[in-house]
Design a protein around this ligand. Structure first.
Ligand code: SIN
Length: 288
């Protein structure tokens, strides 16, 4: 197994592993790389069957079923076809987001394998929410301490993607999550807001909340927190939604890009506390 970081902040490519046939020791090493780099890219893979993809995802934890698929019978629960083509009106993931952050238990890992690629384009960007937090001023960190935000699936799911709920009258998920969450494995603080799902900040006047969110959205999209992945056929990307935002670039229309994604249920986001959690930022050359 060979691990090659893409940047010092986020992302690593991994060669020499077969995702469908990992020993326990190999999975442990892969999980450590996932924790260390926040998003990893498995190179040199063959196309996984949906069963193999599901079995691989379950090594990380129980499968997360997207709200749009809940209540729908499925051979492989949680397997999502990701396909964008000439007739598509929207492309999944074409905005900065953490997958389904509106859920009460938002996904931890998302595991995407792409099988068909456009001639060029269709890269995916990933941004480190550890770096986004660490580079805030101490005053801003104090201001955010203990704050929560409201995440809702209504706008993206009903209006952007025009999904129909399978389970009828249930509303799309809505949740209040800490703005700074403590990562369950690394113990590090990460910003946890995104343009797709985070709609407002709790306990602030509307205008103040909106201005703060706009600042956080533009801050967390800084290019020096990011890596950019250029896909090859059957590559597998595994990102950690607890500390990473991602953005799939739709620059290849009218060509097609397709694959399959499976996600893994995460824990209820826990608040980072400046008082209880004594954090030494990981040294980076990033400046404020
Ligand atoms: C997504 O899962 O949000 C889409 C990622 C991609 O297609 O690159």
């Amino acid at each position: 197994m060979k691990i090659e970081p893409l940047t010092p902040i986020i992302g690593a490519e991994i060669q020499g592993l077969d995702a469908a046939a990992l020993s326990s020791a190999e999975f442990d090493a892969l999980f450590q790389a996932f924790t260390d780099h926040s998003v990893i890219f498995l190179k040199g893979q063959r196309a996984l069957t949906a069963e193999e993809h599901s079995a691989f995802a379950q090594r990380f934890g129980p499968i997360h079923v997207h709200p749009a698929s809940r209540g729908r019978p499925a051979d492989i629960p949680g397997a999502m076809t990701m396909r964008t083509h000439e007739e598509s009106e929207v492309a999944a993931g074409n905005r900065w987001h953490s997958d389904v952050s509106c859920d009460e238990l938002p996904p931890q890992a998302s595991i995407l394998q792409l099988h068909d690629l456009p001639d060029n384009g269709g890269d995916t960007l990933f941004s480190s929410m550890y770096a986004a937090y660490d580079t805030l001023s101490e005053r801003m960190k104090r201001y955010l301490d203990g704050m929560t935000a409201f995440h809702s699936g209504e706008e993206p799911f009903s209006h952007l993607f025009k999904f129909q709920r399978q389970d009828g009258s249930q509303p799309w998920p809505e949740s209040h999550h800490p703005i700074v969450r403590k990562h369950a494995d690394s113990g590090r603080p990460a910003l946890f807001v995104d343009r797709e799902f985070t709609k407002s900040i709790d306990d602030l006047p509307k205008d103040e909340g909106r201005a703060l969110l706009q600042f956080l959205f533009s801050h967390l999209e800084r290019v020096d927190f990011q890596c950019r992945f250029r896909w090859q056929e059957n590559d597998i990307a595994i990102w950690d939604n607890r500390c990473v935002l991602h953005h799939a670039i739709w620059d290849y229309w009218p060509q097609e890009r397709s694959g399959r994604r499976m996600s893994v249920v995460g824990e209820q986001p826990a608040a980072w506390s400046l008082v209880a959690d004594c954090h030494q930022p990981v040294p980076t050359r990033l400046t404020r």
